[in-house]
Design a protein around this ligand. Structure first.
Ligand code: FAD
Ligand code: MLT
Ligand code: ZN
Length: 471
């Protein structure tokens, strides 16, 4: 970067908005897992949408590419610059104002750098719920959630980030600010442009603020950990719950035994609720706006039905918040715990819920044949058909020997996904990691249309190049 451009950027964002010290830069240049590393000499940290527009305009004029970054918790390398040293990281974490909470309209208007947990807390303060919930919620940002169309554990009841968004403010690649911050649940005045930017992973513009939907707060909660004989039993148990308690099912997470084992090994204080191991588990949660909705009783009778139908092998209904937190940490701890087992080969896929059991059986078999002893850390948001088909090396195997087989093993998982009419990215996006391989699994006409949209909005290709679109 030229000294002139650096000085101009400083004029826009001030000293507090520029990072050039190599020690401070380091955290912006690698991802949460340490799977992707990039290089950059400058991170720019604007604090308003106007400053973002100023930075984008200066970089556009200089032909410098920008890599938007929020909490940097993404799992596909989308927020990490390339190795050229020419790209500038645009960190949005100083855009952290909650602009408005409107409990009557059930909306909240927040800037892109607000951390997800702060949105949840601001909603709770007015007796409302912002439902998006995921393991990284204490550090991921609204801008990142929008740009990845984040999912998490409440999608089966409330939908993804796309479903939770009413309006957006976006700085376009040419520096214009699009004010689409509407608080309306109905507006049929043409194309709904916000959907272009949601899930675009920073390739079409920079999200600076959003209007998000709120829901009535939940005051009743019941949580159970259930041992299951198979993935099919997990799907069937979800069906029983939906029939008996309807929309009160607010979470239904399923995990293979290997997933729980990594947590028991690496998370301090983690405890197996049962004396002996079981093939699969489900973490079930019911919620209701009423504190006295009798959810424990409803859950127990639904589980009774599951035992009768031999879907459940054992179950514990949590009593009190400490036990609930303990059960959730068995689930939320998987991602971090797996990092201690050598390379974690991640495959965030989705298939129709009705195909999950057959998909798991076929894919488990193919992976075990390819790498005897491979550990199948398979878990996820099964009510959305979304499995994290994550793989760890056999115990005692060499890290590098396992890592070099990543592409071959990904093909096994993705070919299976395709056979069951699924998608190779459910909620994490494409980023760098699936950018090329998506060309083999996505409809070619859809890819052509995506390229057309990119060309229209970012003809110079300066917004997060090398991400999402195949080269
Ligand atoms: P970043 O990682 O900083 O960026 C992600 C992408 O968005 C990048 O392409 C970046 O360029 C772009 N971007 C960021 N901010 C902007 C902006 N303002 N404008 C334009 N582009 C932008 N994800 C799920 O969906 N469900 C889960 O259950 C889940 N669980 C997780 C658990 C753990 C332990 C971890 C570490 C991650 C998990 N994730 C999950 C992934 C991650 O938290 C989400 O993708 C999250 O939405 C990323 O937010 P972020 O602010 O960290 O974004
Ligand atoms: C989760 O649901 O825990 C994450 O999305 C999965 C992952 O880290 O692979
Ligand atoms: Zn997930």
């Amino acid at each position: 970067m030229t000294p002139e451009l650096l000085a101009s950027l400083r004029e826009v964002v001030g000293d507090a908005g520029l990072v050039t010290d190599p020690d401070q830069l380091a955290g912006y240049l690698t991802d949460w897992r340490g799977a992707y590393r990039g290089t950059a000499s400058v991170v720019v940290r604007p604090s308003t949408a106007e400053e973002v527009a100023g930075v984008v305009t200066l970089c556009r004029d200089a032909g410098i590419a920008l890599v938007p970054q929020g909490g940097n918790t993404g799992l596909c390398g989308g927020a990490v610059p390339d190795s050229s040293g020419q790209e500038v990281v645009l960190s949005l974490t100083r855009l952290r104002r909650i602009r408005e909470v409107d409990p009557v309209n059930q909306t909240i208007t927040v800037e892109a750098g607000v951390v997800l947990q702060q949105v949840q807390e601001a909603a709770a303060a007015v007796d409302r719920l912002f439902p998006l919930s995921l393991g990284a919620e204490a550090s991921c940002t609204v801008g990142g959630n929008l740009s990845t169309n984040a999912g998490g554990t409440a999608v089966l009841r409330y939908g993804t980030m796309r479903d939770l968004t009413l309006g957006l403010e976006v700085v376009l690649p040419d520096g214009r600010v699009w004010n689409g911050l509407e608080k309306l649940r109905k507006d049929n005045t043409g194309y709904d442009l916000k959907h272009l930017f949601i899930g675009a992973e920073g390739t079409l513009g920079v999200v600076t603020a959003a209007v998000l939907k709120l829901y009535p707060a939940l005051h009743g909660r019941a949580t159970a950990w259930v041992a299951l004989p198979s993935a099919q039993a997990a799907v069937d148990l979800l069906g029983v719950l939906r029939t008996l308690v309807g929309d009160r099912v607010t979470a239904f997470e399923a995990m293979s035994r290997q997933s729980v084992e990594v947590v028991l090994r690496h998370v301090a204080g983690a405890r197996d609720p049962f004396a002996s191991p079981h093939p699969w588990y489900a973490l079930v949660e019911l919620g209701d706006t009423l504190a006295d909705a009798g959810l424990d009783g409803l859950l127990e009778s639904a589980l009774g039905e599951a035992f009768e139908r031999e879907l459940a092998l054992d179950a514990v209904v949590a009593s009190g918040s400490a036990q609930i937190a303990g059960l959730w940490s068995l689930r939320e701890g998987i991602s971090e715990a797996q990092n201690h087992e050598g390379p974690s080969l991640k495959h965030d896929v989705t298939v129709p819920v009705s195909s999950i059991a057959a998909f798991v059986a076929e894919t488990d078999r193919a992976l075990a044949a390819a790498v005897p002893g491979i550990r199948l850390v398979v878990y996820g948001h099964i009510g959305d058909g979304n499995l994290h088909y994550n793989l760890s090396k056999p115990v005692g195997a060499d890290d590098e020997e396992f890592r070099v087989r990543a592409d071959e093993l990904a093909r096994i998982v993705y070919d299976g996904t395709a056979r069951f009419d699924g998608s190779i990215s459910a909620e994490h996006g494409l980023g760098q990691s699936k950018r090329e391989i998506v060309a083999d699994y996505k409809d070619p006409v859809a890819l052509q249309l995506m390229r057309g949209v990119k060309e229209l909005l970012d003809p110079a290709g300066l917004m997060n190049p090398g991400k999402v679109l195949p080269s």
